[in-house]
Design a protein around this ligand. Structure first.
Ligand code: ADP
Ligand code: ZN
Ligand code: ZN
Length: 727
């Protein structure tokens, strides 16, 4: 019997806050239409949307509806908890549902591509393999592989982690009829797990608390760098696997190194599926679908992996939960940590937020008793925490940003066989090019900010809009020849350190040198264990273990001490603690030297004498007194246009929509802290409320009207709920 004609409600990825109706085409209609992708005509285009409702009675206006062009799936890609949570996210962020659902899919499935095959393969011994095992040469590679396989079917990527050269041996065994390749039809059960260290008391308490959790339970795992948080994650994941469930682990953009994945693969004994932006579309879609089909048991990924389907969820972990890369800063603005909490609640599973420097929001939740607070206050592996010293730079001679004392200290640590990290949160050669005769500074004409000097003074680049140009030979204002790079960036430090320490390797690591994820690993691998110097930005604060690193020199942090942004202190404190945490990870005691012109600054004093928690507690009090997050809830409307008047007119029209007399306060329209970028004038309107609910109610009532404003069509605008960056 042919399927009847029905009306499909389709979420289409367009910036309009509504669904669109189409007629179904009964041919190839999947048994379960909800959550399947369809190709639909949209204006002059074709788009891929998702069926979110089926109305069996198409209604009277049937003639006005167009039929879909094609069914793309035979089984749904979205459904259950994930679909419900995404609806919630669309309501909470006030982002169009079509865009939200589309963002949740891996790129390959956002197009009209079919679902790829996710069969995983493994190897096991044949009958004659078991019988002939003892005849293989003892100690030989084939024998070692056969012994591994004697325990049962092993997944190929587990073999990758356990026995790097297994492929040659397995060909040998297969040729002799001793081993066979089979699809892993059942989700792989954990085999033997790789050995881990015996936990210390604090780790044991943490692991037991997480393992004992029933249903939704949020934990803050608050542990200093090197305290063994990852060991706690691993044991919690093993427990989750043993109960047959899936674990999702989110790591920050710069934390997902091959080393991290290797450690998980080595220890867990099941395939570990990665999900990050460095992967090819096909591989990402396969990991995502393997999770949807319940085949993937452990998924490790960056921000967008928070959209992984978890039909059999058991545990969610957010490593370095304070990291800013969890917030999507453009397009559809969501916070992966916050959404993960919503999902954990909907899935009724425990969630662990781990950090050495918890976000003040998170810490405040733990202090208020909303999250269980697990502390790891000692370094594991008998390593001592580094000694931190504030170095007063006033009246000191500086050599491209480094004091005599710093240079002498670096020489000493190198001579003792150690490695040194020089940290400067500024890439390029210098932050500005200045005319010493007339004071002219080379500006980006599209952003009205100074251009950064690169290439030892030869090139100029805008770090806001990407504009590049050659440095002028003479000052365009006075024609003088006294143009000088002003200030210090990582390239300039590298140059100085190379000439000063000519006999050791100096490796610079920043976004200029590590556009690829494994470039960082490679550079650090080349450095090895020998004495040498690393120069870089906060990319260096995370990743690869550097057991020989004994000195960290922090160059010039003073810009961060006096920023107008209310989050600047928190960011600076986190950065300093994270970078300092790189020193002395192993037996070698570590030292951290902070160069500053403001040695008495309360932030530095509190951090050095009391640590991150002393800082965080006083900062939380200040936020409370000032009525800033987490004691206020913010939403930021931004508008950009080539003429400021258009951006202002739009935000004025938005302001006119705000009802008088209510709990939500508004500030603006006003120029953004960066009033011009890439040729666009930028203005903003900030909404603030001491409670979440009234702000959400207000947004729900005005956002549809904002979309309908005629002024909206003349600007680029965005709404950011819980903005992190007020730029
Ligand atoms: P974190 O994630 O908190 O920075 P890690 O889990 O990476 O810390 O642990 C830091 C180092 O200490 C690692 O080399 C790890 O193998 C080791 N380690 C962790 N826990 C223990 C333990 N209980 N005993 C011995 N070594 C440990
Ligand atoms: Zn000049
Ligand atoms: Zn620019």
């Amino acid at each position: 019997m042919p399927l009847p004609i029905t009306r499909l409600r389709v979420a289409v990825p367009v910036p309009l806050p509504r669904l669109f109706d189409y007629l179904n085409t009964p041919e190839n209609q999947p048994a379960q239409a909800l959550g399947c992708r369809v190709r639909v005509p949209f204006g002059h285009r074709q788009l891929t949307g998702i069926v979110v409702a089926v109305d069996p009675a198409p209604g009277d206006n049937q003639g006005a509806l167009k039929p879909i062009l094609q069914w793309l799936d035979s089984s749904p890609v979205l459904g259950g908890e994930l679909l419900d949570s995404l609806y919630w996210l669309s309501r909470y962020t006030h982002a169009p549902v079509g865009e939200v659902l589309s963002t949740a899919l891996p790129a390959l499935l956002r197009q009209d591509q079919p679902q790829p095959d996710t069969t995983a393969w493994g190897w096991q011994l044949t009958g004659s393999g078991h019988a002939g095992l003892s005849h293989l040469r003892a100690g030989g590679r084939p024998r070692r592989l056969a012994e591994l396989l004697a325990g049962g079917l092993l997944a190929e990527d587990v073999l990758d982690a356990r026995l790097p050269e297994w492929r040659a041996s397995v060909r040998d065994l297969a040729r002799r009829g001793l081993a066979q390749r089979l699809p892993l039809t059942e989700p792989a059960l954990p085999l033997d797990s790789g050995p881990g260290p015996a936990l210390n008391e604090q780790q044991r308490v943490a692991v037991e608390a997480i393992q004992a959790a029933q249903g939704f339970s949020p934990f803050l795992l608050d542990g200093i760098t090197g305290s063994g948080k990852t060991e706690v994650y691993l044991q919690a994941i093993q427990h989750c696997l043993a109960s047959g469930r899936q674990a999702l682990i989110l790591v920050p953009e710069i934390g997902l190194t091959p080393q991290t994945l290797g450690r998980f693969r080595q220890r867990l004994g099941v395939p570990v599926h990665a999900l990050h932006s460095g992967m090819a579309d096909g591989a990402r879609a396969r990991s995502w679908l393997a999770a949807l089909r319940g085949q993937a048991r452990v998924i490790v990924g960056t921000r967008s992996a928070v959209f992984t389907p978890l039909p059999n969820a058991g545990l969610i972990i957010i490593d370095e939960e304070h990291d800013a890369s969890y917030k999507q800063q453009d397009g559809f603005r969501y916070h992966a940590r916050d959404f993960a909490l919503v999902r954990a609640k909907a899935l009724d599973v425990p969630i662990v937020l781990g950090s050495a420097t918890p976000a003040l929001e998170t810490l405040n939740n733990a202090l208020a008793g909303r999250y269980a607070h697990l502390r790891l206050s000692q370094r594991a592996a008998a390593a001592a925490p580094p000694r931190v010293r504030i170095m007063d730079m006033r009246k000191r001679r500086l050599h491209d940003g480094l004091s005599d004392q710093a240079l002498a200290g670096i020489a000493e640590h190198l001579a003792a066989g150690g490695q040194v990290l020089v940290f400067k949160n500024r890439r390029g050669y210098a932050p500005a090019l200045l005319c010493h005769d007339c004071g002219w500074t080379a500006p980006c004409l599209r952003c009205d900010t100074p251009l950064t000097v690169h290439g030892a003074g030869r090139r100029l680049q805008c770090h806001h809009c990407g504009a590049r140009q050659a440095a002028p030979l003479a000052c365009p204002q006075c024609a003088g020849l006294a143009l000088q790079p002003q200030g210090v960036g990582t390239e300039r430090l590298e140059e100085r350190l190379q000439s000063h320490f000519a006999d050791v390797p100096v490796v610079r690591i920043d976004r200029g040198t590590t556009s690829r994820r494994d470039a960082l690993e490679q550079a650090l691998g080349e450095l090895g264990q020998q004495p040498g110097i690393l120069v870089g930005t906060q990319i260096l604060a995370k990743g690869h273990d550097l057991p020989n690193l004994s000195l960290v020199v922090v160059v010039g942090i003073d810009e961060g001490l006096f920023s107008a942004d209310f989050r600047a202190s928190e960011k600076l404190a986190q950065q300093l603690i994270q970078v300092a945490g790189r020193a002395g990870r192993a037996q070698r005691p570590g030292e951290v030297w902070l160069q500053t012109h403001h040695p008495q600054h309360p932030l530095l004093q509190t951090l050095v004498n009391g640590g991150y928690h002393a800082f965080a507690h006083s900062e939380i009090e200040q936020r409370q007194a000032a009525g800033f997050p987490p004691f206020a809830h913010l939403a930021l409307l931004r508008a950009e246009a080539q003429q400021a008047a258009l951006a202002n007119a739009f935000l004025e029209a938005v302001r006119a929509l705000l009802p008088a007399q209510q709990a939500v306060e508004h500030y603006g329209p006003m120029p953004a802290p960066m009033p011009r970028r890439a040729g666009y004038q930028r203005t903003q309107l900030l909404l603030s409320c001491s409670q979440r609910a009234p702000l959400q109610r207000l947004l729900a009532s005005i956002v549809p009207a904002i979309h309908a404003l005629p002024e909206a069509r003349r600007v680029r605008w965005s709404l950011d709920v819980d903005p992190i960056d007020l730029y």
